[in-house]
Design a protein around this ligand. Sequence first.
Ligand SMILES: [Zn+2]
Length: 607
Amino acid sequence: MKSRFMAAVCAAVVALSLGVHAQGKGGAASITPAELKDWLSYIASDQLQGRQVYTEGLGLAASYIADHLKEWNVKPAGDDGTYFQVVKVNGVNVTRNSSVTVTVNGQTKTFKDGEGVTFPANAGGKQTVSGQAEFVGYGLSLPEAGIDDYKGRDVSGKVVLYVGRGPKSMPAGGNRLLGARARNAIELSHAVAAIGPSIGGGFGRGAGAGTPAATATPATTATPTPTAAQPAAGRGAAGGGRGGANATLGDFTTVQRLDNKVPPQITAGDEFFDFIFSAAGQKYADIKAKADGQDAIPAVALNNVSITINVDADYTIVQTRLTRNVVGIVEGSDPKLKDTYVLFGAHYDHIGYQQTPPRQQPASPQRPQGAEAGGGFGGGNAPGGCTGQQRDTPKAGDVINNGADDDGSGTVGVMAIAKAFATGPKPKRSVMFVWHAGEEAGLLGSRYMADYPEVPLDKVSAQLNIDMIGRNRCDEASEANTVYLVGSDRISTELHNLNEDANAALAAPMKLDYEFNDPADPESIYTRSDHYSYASKGIPIIFYTTGLHRDYHYVTDEVGKIEFSKLAHIAQLVYTTGVKVANLDHFPARDNKGPRKGKGASGKIGS
Ligand SMILES: [Zn+2]
């Protein structure tokens, strides 16, 4: 009996991975355009009012998903035997006691937080970090643009210092690239800390004056909405008028543990840099003049300069708001492997509705109401980065941001994948499905799940995340069979290759495009949806998206514009990849080689 059953399961899995339509229920063949359309017609309906976090509409969506999970006998994996994990969103006040101590040729100076150096409001748990100082000019590594300040340097274990706003040859999307310098120094080059200039104006946030957005509040680099990185005033109609938002209290908002130790990302003023360069044979004033003029900055060796960073902040929670992730598990078939997991995720929230009446006179015909949210994405005033295109004209009186593509498409895609597993053959490992809340408000649900996981993170082999898979990028017909993959090669080369194999095994393989995985891609998409919360914990991830379009974050992102057969096709690819990972006798190897597939690249990575 048992072996016959197992043989049947194996045969079914082989049939699926070959793209053959399996007979009977479940599996990839159960993922159909008609069912996806049926579900999305509710999820993205006006009745759900744009599914903004903390609103009734989001609650209706959560119940709808949970009801289906119950119908398919997916096991509840949230709190207290329910399908829901309560996410606590804390407003936090900070008391700053952190400092940076610099030793130059035996002479020591200490700079306190707020006096020459500025720590982010959320600087993480108390710790001391030390290292030799390494000056990396503008701190940019963009080889495609002919800029590489890291060339020939090993900054591993060191404290990286950089200045300025980049050279005259900075490519488009410069502000985001500048804002990512500290994170890249730490994540890609393995520095223990990063110290950069205080850059006001351009992209400083109100609360963290002069602090790059990416540094000020790690919890607000949401995706794919860049609104969080813009000054509050710039949020305009799409942000200020969204329904249901409570006033935010505290110096910063977070769902994460406050005792997490995070590599320091600090900004510093002239006095600090003066001292750093005091024995370097190069005056800081000269370097600053070159940086201000966006000229080439000479290499300066900071011999005998060491830095000790004392992170010491006390936090007080002054507000807690609640939302919910929806979570379910389908248990694996192997008694030994079933306590390990492959995770599938999408965010089921969106940006709500517009509370305030439409503006009579848009500032520019290219930027009608709501354009702020997506206007900067992809450069210029083109909505969704779609050059030469304009927003579609909304129906009269339409104020609901339906989010059919963002991320209704991922929401129903993961529902279909859950049903395929629940009603079909079971892989060896268990599979867990998470519909994240509050992605649009700063990856709230996924950051919370990564810090307060419902299954131990060391039992998670990979996370596959879906955000916006229902359209063609900029509505181009040439994109009809294209899906963009981000991050697949960064932590595990093996995971990348499993996905390539899964795609090749589909009856009709898709075109896998790695453009957004390019480390020089100005949108930094790798850091901007829920997968990043898991990747930050070292878990291999793949992010699937079909890219942006002119209806991005606008009331015209509606069900009628969704390509349901494409949506089903991508969900089958994600399912098939998941089956492969869940049947592996080992976790995809974490070789952490970073991004290698970029623009124009394709195929597997050879050994
Ligand atoms: Zn999204």
